[in-house]
Ligand binder design. Structure first.
Ligand SMILES: Nc1ncnc2c1ncn2[C@@H]1O[C@H](COP(=O)(O)OP(=O)(O)O)[C@@H](O)[C@H]1O
Ligand SMILES: [Mg+2]
Length: 581
């Protein structure tokens, strides 16, 4: 019971003026209920009056009153529906937004646990299933219970035995709705749906690889397994739903037969008038509609609870931030960055064994090492996206943990390894992080400098930009990202394998740009290709989780250590490529 209240409280938190809303819905519900109950009483009176040749004016008055009640009832009903729908949809909107914001605020480590498709399915499907917990359903459910009691009392008043019969048959209906484990069934089905959606997203993302590898058949088989699970849980869920509605209809049909037979017998023995039987039948119909209104709310509520628990589960995977960013100091715009004996693991697997480095304005610093050495990880730590396990990262001598993350990141122009893009116009992509003060002239300059004029024309309009992300080449991707980084104009530039896909011509432009930037800014370049870091002022060689050597290209070559060997290896490979290619 407590869990039910907790779930309801969570819904209420997402509503605007919840108390006012509940009060209004309850008021409308009560007016409707009173009108609904008065109706059969009036009908019974009219019937008996008609048969007993009473004064006709009374019948007219009663008739008009019935008409007025009838019209009012449906007007109230409309208002109830309008408010209910509005409150439900705005509640869902708020919940969906709150899930979205929770996901966005999650630390990067959270995204290693779930795939994009899985998160998308949970973000939408679970919210749709919350319907049963929305205010109008809750109010309706409670009022329907009250109404059922009042109607039953009236029925008992008219005829005790018929009343008992009606209660017994309705118990069958209630049993079928309480008995089945719908919450679990819907939860299982939603999980299967989220997994299917995640699988589909994965396949579509890797379609090129699947086709190139000729793996269509295997992928179909894999997907079939997912679908089996998905439709299997659907089948289980709806089979139970059919049994439920069958039991409801059965009890309904049987009831009318019993009322007519027993009512007829009572009338024969003079225990009931035709007006009373009419009233009883109408009451029974009202009882059924109160049940029809309320009973499905039970499974709906259970389904909603399942969904709420899944929404909560998702949020529980996201640890609360230790200290709010607002309490931390702002970042100074210029300065040096230092890593002191930094250790870090992913899922208990040590990646960095104690790394020390420093980056200064006015210098180009490079980090080299085989792929998987932990180069990108160092950058993610610098950006404060993961927490170091041991050791320190200092910005101008200040521990990174004491600095406002947002203010720190606002100073960094960062080009990640896989050069991400949005399905948005090229302009939106390159201005993604740019300050307000950027002028059209600056934008044009950067576009010209990075050589993306032609693309700017191609992806100018929103309608044509939807395929930007999927159609640009690797080099074009990197050029757009370079433009974005330049327009942000941070005081620290980080290029993670940012030139790996560029042609020699563009790489030259990048090298020149780097040199210009490095006059006043911190520039960090990361590469596994040593040829692109030769001109760096300082090179760190990362291997086996720590820095093995550092110095300029010439110094390191003289040393004839790890860097020298790596360089020789790559030069040899390049020569071979040139010969064989
Ligand atoms: N999110 C992650 N979860 C678990 N392991 C990861 C994650 N990201 C990277 N790794 C692992 O950490 C190691 C270092 O990765 P990374 O820093 O990306 O290497 P590099 O950039 O030097 O190629 C690799 O073995 C990689 O598989
Ligand atoms: Mg990397």
């Amino acid at each position: 019971m407590e869990a039910k209240f907790r779930n309801i409280r969570k819904i209420v938190q997402h509503l605007k003026h919840p108390y006012r809303l509940f009060f209004y819905l309850a008021l409308l519900g009560i007016i409707y209920m009173v009108l609904d109950i008065v109706e059969p009483v009036l009908a019974g009176h009219i019937m008996d009056a008609l048969l007993s040749n009473e004064v006709k004016t009374e019948i007219w008055q009663l008739g008009l009153l019935w008409l007025a009640i009838f019209i009012l009832k449906y007007a109230v009903s409309y208002e109830k529906m309008r408010i209910g729908l509005f409150s439900m949809l705005s509640g869902m909107e708020n919940i969906q937004l709150s899930i979205f914001q929770t996901i966005l605020s999650a630390p990067l480590a959270f995204f290693n646990q779930f795939s994009v498709g899985y998160l998308m399915a949970r973000q939408t499907d679970d919210v749709f299933n919350l319907e049963g917990m929305m205010p109008h359903h809750l109010v309706e459910g409670l009022l329907a219970i009250a109404e059922s009691f009042i109607i039953l009392s009236c029925m008992f008043y008219l005829n005790v035995w018929l009343g008992i019969g009606a209660v017994l048959l309705k118990c069958l209906d209630l049993f079928s709705n309480f008995y089945f484990p719908l919450k679990q069934l819907y939860k299982e089905h939603n999980e299967a749906r989220a997994i299917t959606s995640s699988e589909l997203q994965d396949v579509l993302k890797n379609i090129l690889m699947i086709k190139a590898a000729g793996k269509e058949k295997e992928e179909s088989q894999r997907f079939q397994e997912c679908l089996k699970q998905y439709y299997g849980t659907w089948n289980k869920r709806d089979e139970i739903n059919y049994i439920r509605s069958l039991l409801t209809r059965m009890s309904e049909d049987a009831s009318y037969m019993i009322i007519i037979v027993l009512g007829g017998v009572s009338m024969y023995y003079g225990k009931m008038t035709i007006g009373e039987i009419t009233a009883f039948l109408l009451f029974y119909k009202k009882l059924s509609s109160a049940f029809v209104g309320a009973v499905p709310l039970i499974p709906l509520f259970k389904i909603g609870e399942g969904a709420m628990e899944r929404v909560d589960e998702l949020k529980r995977h996201i640890p609360e931030g230790k200290t709010s960013d607002d309490e931390k100091g702002q970042m100074e715009s210029r300065g040096k960055i230092e890593l002191q004996n930094v250790k870090f693991s992913y899922n208990n697997q040590r990646i960095l064994q104690g790394v020390s480095m420093s980056f200064k304005p006015g210098e180009i610093t490079a980090i080299v090492g085989k792929s998987g050495a932990g180069k990108s990880t160092i950058i993610k730590l610098l950006l404060g996206l993961y927490q170091v396990e041991d050791g320190k990262i200092l910005w101008n001598g200040k521990d990174v943990n004491q600095i406002n993350g947002q203010s720190m990141r606002s100073l960094i122009s960062y080009i990640p390894q896989d050069a991400p893009l949005f399905h948005r116009t090229l302009r939106e992509n390159i201005l993604y992080e740019a300050p307000e003060s950027v002028s059209d002239e600056d934008v044009s300059k950067v576009i010209a400098r990075t050589g993306i004029q032609e693309m700017q024309k191609r992806f100018e309009q929103k309608e044509k930009a939807w395929n930007l992300e999927t159609t640009v080449s690797g080099g074009e991707r990197q050029r757009i990202n370079l433009a974005r980084a330049l327009l942000k104009n941070g005081s620290i530039y980080i290029f993670d394998e940012a030139t790996s896909a560029l042609d020699t011509e563009t790489e030259k432009i990048v090298q020149q740009t780097l040199r210009e930037l490095s006059r006043t800014k911190v520039v960090i370049i990361i590469s596994h290709r040593l040829s692109s870091v030769r001109k760096a002022d300082k090179i760190y060689v990362l291997d086996e989780g720590s820095v093995q050597e550092n110095g300029s290209h010439e110094e390191l070559m003289k040393k004839k250590g790890r860097y020298y060997r790596l360089f020789e290896e790559q030069v040899k490979k390049n020569d071979e490529k040139q010969i064989t290619g």
